[in-house]
Design a protein around this ligand. Structure first.
Ligand code: IYR
Length: 227
């Protein structure tokens, strides 16, 4: 039997125009500085910053509010090493054999290769899992039941956007990394059958001498159309 809708008053914070402008500009200024970082310092990061960012990610909208995500926060050096070794093995195969020349050419401006030392250098690696379907128990029989998840890809993508924004505002550097295939992450992190690795995010402070590729974002005129 489906649960019935229940309603409550919206708790909305109205801002006077000047305050809205101020906050919007401040947020933009901070977000526009975000860069994907591949050179991390080993300096420790307060766990509270990670926890708060994941709380923010968990507030993202999702299909049928099913919240089809699990955030695995890895700081254990042995686990990080295992993940790095497995990721590098997949990446080496990808760069040397699986990726097309067209793909390699598209990536060339980023200067990446199969080596992923950042997985071990960053104090935290957040591995985001997408729950392809839900798992529950039949209240009568106690049997395990599977239920459909709606728009889980989109939902987890939105939650990761929230997560990256929250980490940026916490003064942390991040990288979205998707070694392909990512099945090894389920095995190393012992995740259940309904979960699929979605993205791996090293989090930390940048190395003092961190470099980033000299690339730019499209101007507003190229991405926005008003009708
Ligand atoms: N997963 C590889 C390759 C790679 C692919 C894309 I698309 C990127 O934007 C960056 C890298 C790697 O992480 O090196």
């Amino acid at each position: 039997m489906p649960a019935e809708a229940r309603f409550e008053p919206l708790n909305f914070e109205y801002l006077v125009e000047a305050e809205g402008q101020r906050r919007s500009a401040e947020f933009a200024q901070r977000m526009l500085r975000r860069r994907s970082v591949r050179h991390f310092s080993r300096a420790p990061v307060p766990f509270a910053l990670i926890e708060t960012a994941i709380r923010v990610a968990g507030a993202a909208p999702s299909g049928a509010n099913q919240q089809p995500w699990t955030f695995v926060v890895v700081s254990d050096p042995d686990l990080k090493r295992k993940i790095r070794i497995a990721a590098e093995a997949e990446e080496k195969e990808s760069y040397e054999r699986r990726m097309s020349q067209e793909w390699l050419d598209a990536l060339a401006p980023l200067g990446t290769d199969w080596r992923k030392p950042h997985i071990e250098d960053a104090p935290y690696v957040i591995v985001v899992f997408r729950q392809a379907y839900g798992l529950g128990r039949d209240p009568e029989t106690g049997e395990e039941i599977r239920y459909r998840h709606y728009y889980s890809e989109e939902s987890v993508g939105i939650a990761v956007g929230f997560l990256l924004a929250a980490l940026q505002l916490a003064g942390l550097a991040t990288l979205t990394h998707t070694p392909s295939p990512m099945k090894f992450l389920s095995e190393i992190l012992d995740r259940p059958a309904n979960e699929r690795a979605f993205v791996l995010i090293p989090v930390g402070y940048p190395a003092a001498d961190a470099q980033v590729p000299a690339i730019t974002k499209k101007p507003l005129a190229k991405i926005m159309i008003r009708r």
